[in-house]
Design a protein around this ligand. Sequence first.
Ligand code: SF4
Ligand code: SF4
Length: 433
Amino acid sequence: MNHMTDVTSQGLHVLTKPIGPICNLDCEYCFYLHKDQLYGGGERWRMSDETLEAYLRQTVEAQPDMVDEITFAWQGGEPTLMGVEFYERAVELQRKLVPANKRIQNTIQTNGVLLDDRWCEFLRANRFLVGLSIDGPAELHDRYRRDKQGRPTFEAVLRGLKLLEKHGVEYNLLIAVNRHNGDHGRRVYTYLRDNGAHFVQFIPIVERRAVGTNPVSSRSVQPEQFGDFLIEVFDEWIHRDVGRVYVQIIEEAVRAWLGLEPALCLFRRQCGRAIVLEHNGDLYSCDHFVDPNYKLGNIHDRPIIELANGDGQVRFGQDKEAALPEYCRQCDVRFVCNGECPKNRFIKTPDGDTSLNYLCAGYRKFFRHVDPTMRMIVDEIKQGRQAANVMHRLNAERRAKKKQVPYVSGPPGRNDPCPCGSGKKYKKCCMRR
Ligand code: SF4
Ligand code: SF4
């Protein structure tokens, strides 16, 4: 699962599922596993060489001249089930098809279970960027991420992660924020950072339920819970990791406060340039709208560029902005949120409009929380200085404040939060000094 970086200004982005929804795991919250029903179950879930070549050729042809890098994004299901030989053929074809003046970038999203030395050598040699799904330390990760026999998967994923590191493969971590790990933002983030992560991306799990009083499943993260999770991550990051760790939503915030276009489709005013290709050449509007109503056609009948520029897809993208409720239009953080993804817009605004984003309360809380710091960061960047200066300044202020902290009602208990604001227990922080 992933949210697409909609790279309109850099070209068309096609997310490809060479093995459809087939996966070697059975993660409880996966929204794609049940898509096998779409093809009647009898489908042979493997992209043929003919479809592979059509996809690569048409993707290259769809890019505007100004684009100097063409991205091929592989996802599933579990795309490594295709075997490394499939990607060797893909890379060979790319070299033939992509003009010499353009760079090739491949990205692959995996659960990491099948990674081995051969895979990692291939990924490294061909500069693949790997997205690895992991939900935190074992007891948080294993709650929902289990294999077909219901067994935990953390150890296998960690082994995959270590292999990526051993071979020097570039990777980022994708963390699905759900009801179970949602109360542990700092813990999840620091665990992954301390295990070497430099790029992390948080994806809220929102499973809509059409029946019952609760609009979402019990696995779904709660709106405020998601906001608090992100705040914990931000508060840790701003004091330790600016310039060292890339947290996707924080980068998006910096872009928005700088007045730049979001890189991520979720936060754009309009979407529609991140389309999905199924194993048999069927093209859909978006990863979250792979159903017959949003099928654009098949690339063996019409080229990708025509399907992507067709009226239906243009309308799909524009609808995101057109359907934004008045409540969002008046919102002080609309410039960064833009009502997020339409798939999550199904709760009521205070005035009864039914298209408010389920995660609204969380996004509001988070974006308002980061506002003062974002202003400081943007100030630094505009002056041509490092954003990390803000971290140093905040830490200096914190140290100065700590020296002045009076114990109003006696010193804190050993297990109380430390009054310096570090978020650690008192006994693990200032009490030692
Ligand atoms: S924070 Fe809420 S009200 Fe504001 S733009 Fe986002 S979804 Fe709309
Ligand atoms: S509907 Fe739009 S915003 Fe949501 S994931 Fe798809 S492209 Fe992105």
